[in-house]
Design a binder for this molecule. Structure first.
Ligand SMILES: Cc1cc2nc3c(=O)[nH]c(=O)nc-3n(C[C@H](O)[C@H](O)[C@H](O)COP(=O)(O)OP(=O)(O)OC[C@H]3O[C@@H](n4cnc5c(N)ncnc54)[C@H](O)[C@@H]3O)c2cc1C
Length: 419
């Protein structure tokens, strides 16, 4: 991956595609999160598609085309192909690990740093790029040790390097889909058929963004509608109207990130005020930024546009008054649902309930096989831990995710030595 500021300035990948392409967005988002410099070339007509991308016309299914630093090209690649091309796609080196971690957000990366640095053979499995939600933050300002703030992608890249330096293996573009636990060993099944055998596991799979719940939503995903703060898109909103839905810190950061280039940013919130949901340092800046307008008690009720998003209809929750805004840029920052569906099959109490929360009325969870209480951060399956946003009752912050990742490793040691 990119090493240092100088390399960052030279694009390692050139992406050529048409506006409103969901695949092109996924690639931009992935590269941005991975801190890989890229150049986006938006093709406007058939002539440009032919001469610049070498395809027949603008609607050609071979778009987007990615051209890499060595001159090679891949047409309409998926994230795995890009990961392979960048040389990051790895196969597991061991047949068995001390610790398998699922999810490379702040919690998983922290667990990998502590696990590997404390001598555990550690593998970290991530379905997309490192960084998780934090990787999509334009600037994290409340993380200890960075008084001027740090971009999520930068923080994630530093953590990735740190984990690798200690010997953690990171398997990117691989998704854990199922798990089994028997005889003191867990087997994680990845979507591509790979099996990961480990004596302990930490689930750090975070949360998925909530949907808006409006008709046609899927049609516009990646084609005007984006879930999350859309940091990779910030340069593309120049002189456009942007709508950010949500009143949390991620929405606040997104609005402030778009404001310098966008013509106007509307922040759509269901509640009366930002005060209850947003940190004070962000509220002050939002209310003093001239082109950010906060629309309280408002929700999105309709999306329209032929090939990509062109219009968004907003409705006031009390007066029912509607406003239709011409916009190609709608970012839904609606917090999330924990990624825990897989856990149901394994009999783990969801949403990843851990430690003392598993003790109900002084009794241990049903089927708990050991003569001790579950350790703090341990689920009702011994040796299987949870850390970060995915955990029931977690504090949704980078620092707490990082702290839980480190803490979970301490309990992994105890489990591996004492059962
Ligand atoms: C835009 C934005 C800005 C934010 N700003 C701040 C801030 O300024 N300060 C702050 O303290 N907090 C901030 N937060 C919150 C903070 O980022 C989260 O609390 C934190 O990232 C949670 O970390 P996590 O590791 O628990 O989960 P996540 O960050 O959600 O990471 C989970 C990872 O698991 C992966 N995954 C999911 N399922 C699987 C699977 N089956 N197999 C493999 N991998 C999987 C995901 O792809 C993801 O990479 C922000 C969040 C957002 C979205």
């Amino acid at each position: 991956m990119a090493e240092g500021a100088e390399i960052k300035k030279t694009p390692l990948v050139k992406i050529l595609g048409r506006a409103g392409s969901a695949t092109a967005y996924a690639i931009r988002d992935y590269l941005h999160r991975s801190d890989v410099p890229f150049e986006w070339v938006q093709l406007e007509n058939d002539e440009q598609a032919r001469t610049q991308a070498g395809v027949d016309h603008l609607q050609d299914s071979r778009l987007p085309v990615c051209i890499f630093a060595d001159g090679s090209r891949i047409e309409c690649p998926n994230l795995r192909q890009i990961t392979e091309k960048l040389g990051w796609f790895r196969s597991p080196l061991h047949t068995e690990y001390d610790l398998a971690i699922y999810g490379a957000g702040p919690a998983g990366l922290s667990a990998a740093v502590y696990g590997a640095s404390e001598g555990l053979t550690t593998v970290l499995i991530e379905r997309s790029a490192v960084g998780g939600q934090a990787g999509s933050s334009s600037k994290i300002e409340n993380y200890l040790g960075f008084p001027d703030g740090i971009s999520g992608a930068d923080l994630a890249e530093r953590a990735r390097k740190q984990a690798c330096r200690f010997g953690a293996e990171i398997l990117l573009a691989r998704e854990g889909v199922r798990g089994e636990f028997a005889d003191g060993k867990g087997i994680g099944y990845l979507a591509d058929g790979t099996q990961i055998v480990a004596r302990s596991a930490i689930c750090a799979t975070g949360v998925a963004y909530r949907r808006l719940g409006v008709p046609n939503e899927e049609k516009y995903f990646g084609a005007g509608l984006y879930y999350g703060a859309g940091t990779s898109e910030a340069q593309l909103v120049k002189d456009h109207q942007v709508i950010v839905v949500g009143g949390g810190n991620s929405a606040g950061q997104a609005a402030l990130n778009f404001a310098p280039l966008a013509s106007h940013v509307r922040m759509v919130i269901r509640g009366d005020t930002l005060k209850r949901t947003l940190s004070k340092y962000l509220i002050d800046r939002i209310y003093t930024t001239a082109n950010i307008e906060v629309l309280p008690r408002t929700e999105v009720v309709n999306l329209a546009g032929e090939n990509y998003l062109e219009e968004v209809t907003l409705r006031h929750r009390d007066t029912q008054e509607e406003l239709t805004v011409k916009s190609h840029w709608l970012f839904a920052c609606l917090g999330g649902e924990p990624h825990t569906k897989w856990a149901e099959e394994v009999g783990i109490v969801r949403d990843l309930v851990t430690g003392p929360d598993l003790i109900q009325g002084g009794r241990r969870p049903a089927n708990w096989p050991l003569d001790r209480d579950p350790y703090y951060l341990e689920t009702n399956v011994p040796g299987m831990f949870a850390a970060g946003d995915v955990r029931h009752g977690s504090v949704k912050r980078c620092a707490s995710a990082v702290g839980e990742g480190a803490m979970a490793v301490a309990f992994v040691h105890r489990y591996l030595s004492q059962g």
